[in-house]
Design a protein around this ligand. Structure first.
Ligand code: FAD
Ligand code: SF4
Length: 472
């Protein structure tokens, strides 16, 4: 996929990847073998009909391709940009055994963008939902998918979102240069066009409880509140001025619009030398954002080697191209502050890889007397996220695991409370957009069955028959 020049892009928030043109898309579609038993579909948690949408691209029927995509995926322009396709559909593509797999994600993005540029969606009138009322809590990819699928079946769905804007991590976590807000707006508007209502600034667990939602006429609830609480290391100095969790840093930049630097005076510290702790996708995002806000030097500090870095290869590659530095086999011991309690450095220790742990990864072990100091005036821990207990602690009887995640059935999302379903990061812990969407889709199907009084366990296709045909 063509991309903006690293030097040019490292100081702007413009989208890095530029997408396929028509000729390139058709050429790529021609590589698909139209397998009789396509493996790629098994790798897609929302079961997009990949061979058929690619076939439509090959034949130049782009509006058909868009239609096929949207039958299963309400957010194709998002997925085409941020899904880790190399571990999903593309990871199973048969061509990938010997050559590069078909670029399914890039084709999905191409089709979604083509549709937005050429087809006026506002003219499509969807039937008004008429069925029973369902509440969805959280307006991230899990909630949006469940809401969209239920609305397509005829249910009247309201999404309750704590923030003042939609999209969940798609808007407040993933930076503008990877997923422009315009794309999130477009896909949220599509879900709204299906009849879904969205109530913002609604912190469920504080303003209303789930029991109150049920009493007010909602007959089922889907909880998709994500995993929004940051993890810290617990080392001295984490409360100094100039330490932000990656969550807080990215949320300030994204929701308070620091990415429109000329127009908005966002309250976020900009620093000269930034150290980001961790090497996952969130760490790469935080590092690249810090660079774009004007840092002279940004360093990823990670306790293992490059081979163990959890971030996508593409993100690591882009970060390196833009000049992000890497301090590997390094673990922070304390963050150092000056007399005004501002960050002025970080004491670290060198590590080496020891024996393998239960998961098969080699354990990082400190090398004695190898402490050294990294010069920095901002530190961003990006060590992962965990469940925020705000909703769950105000929902008596809801079963949680030891980490505070909701226990829900893998196939249906059903929790131990009748009529209450859950999915996405709040169930499986911080994961991916498409996994949250897959959970939303499965829950929509199960909620439909629950509201029709059918068994949740029935082995049926995720066909989504209109609700009037199902007696809802
Ligand atoms: P979320 O997207 O977290 O949405 C939950 C929503 O619920 C939020 O809007 C929140 O405000 C709202 N909420 C929370 N509590 C309440 C409440 N009590 N009442 C009402 N609303 C509430 N995944 C990828 O596949 N590809 C990537 O490139 C990628 N990059 C990422 C980058 C960052 C910086 C982060 C943080 C994550 C990234 N992920 C990526 C992970 C992915 O974004 C998440 O797995 C996915 O968004 C989870 O979806 P969700 O619907 O479960 O929750
Ligand atoms: Fe095409 Fe690859 Fe899917 Fe086969 S597995 S249908 S080649 S994309």
């Amino acid at each position: 996929m063509p991309a903006r020049e690293p030097k040019q892009r490292s100081h702007t928030f413009e989208e890095v990847a530029l997408g396929f043109g028509v000729d390139q898309a058709i050429e790529e579609a021609n590589r698909c073998l139209s397998c009789k038993k396509p493996k790629c579909v098994d790798g897609c948690p929302v079961m997009v009909d990949i061979p058929n949408f690619i076939e439509a691209v090959r034949n130049g029927n782009l509006s058909d391709a868009a239609h096929i995509l949207k039958e299963k995926n309400s957010l194709p322009a998002v997925c085409g940009r941020v899904c880790p396709q190399e571990n999903q559909c593309e990871g199973l593509c048969i061509i990938g055994k010997k050559h590069e797999p078909v670029a399914i994600g890039a084709l999905e993005r191409f089709v979604a963008d083509w549709e937005a540029a050429h087809i006026d969606g506002s003219s499509v009138v969807h039937p008004k939902p008429f069925g029973k009322k369902v509440a969805v809590i959280g307006c991230g990819p899990g909630g949006l998918t469940c809401a969209g699928d239920l609305a397509k079946m005829g249910y009247r769905v309201t999404i309750f979102e704590a923030f003042h804007d939609t999209g969940g991590v798609l808007r407040y976590g993933i930076p503008e240069f990877r997923l422009p807000k315009e794309i999130v707006d477009r896909e949220v508007n599509y879900v709204k066009s299906l009849g879904v209502e969205i109530e913002l600034n609604m912190v469920i667990g504080k303003i209303h409880t789930i029991a109150e939602l049920m009493e007010s006429g909602f007959e089922a609830v889907f909880i998709a509140v994500g995993a929004g609480a940051p993890v810290f290391m617990g080392i001295p100095g984490e409360n100094l001025i100039g330490v932000y969790s990656a969550n807080e840093f990215l949320t300030r930049v994204n929701l308070m619009k620091a990415y429109c630097m000329e127009e908005y005076d966002t309250p976020v510290i900009t620093a000269r030398k930034v150290a980001v702790i961790g090497a996952g996708n969130v760490a790469m995002d935080a590092a690249r954002v810090a660079l774009r806000l004007g840092a002279d030097e940004v360093t990823i500090v990670y306790r293992r080697t490059e081979a163990e870095m959890p971030a996508r290869l593409e993100e690591i590659h882009h970060a390196k191209e833009e000049g992000i530095q890497f301090q590997l086999l390094t673990n922070p011991k304390q963050i150092l502050g000056d007399d005004k309690n501002r960050v002025c450095g970080m004491e670290c220790i060198r590590m080496e890889l020891g024996d393998r742990d239960e998961g098969g990864r080699r354990r990082p072990v400190p090398i004695e007397d190898s402490e050294f100091k990294i010069d920095c005036d901002m530190v961003i821990p990006a060590l992962g996220n965990k469940a925020n207990p705000l909703l769950t602690r105000n929902t008596p009887g809801l079963e949680l695991n030891k980490w505070g995640n909701i226990i829900a059935d893998e196939k249906t999302g059903a929790t131990n409370i009748p009529g209450v379903f859950a999915g996405g990061d709040i169930v499986i812990g911080a994961a991916t957009v498409i996994e949250a969407m897959g959970a939303g889709k499965r829950a929509a199907f199960a909620i439909d069955r629950y509201l029709r009084g059918a068994s949740l366990d029935a082995e049926e296709e995720l066909s989504g028959l209109p609700a009037e045909k199902q007696g809802a």
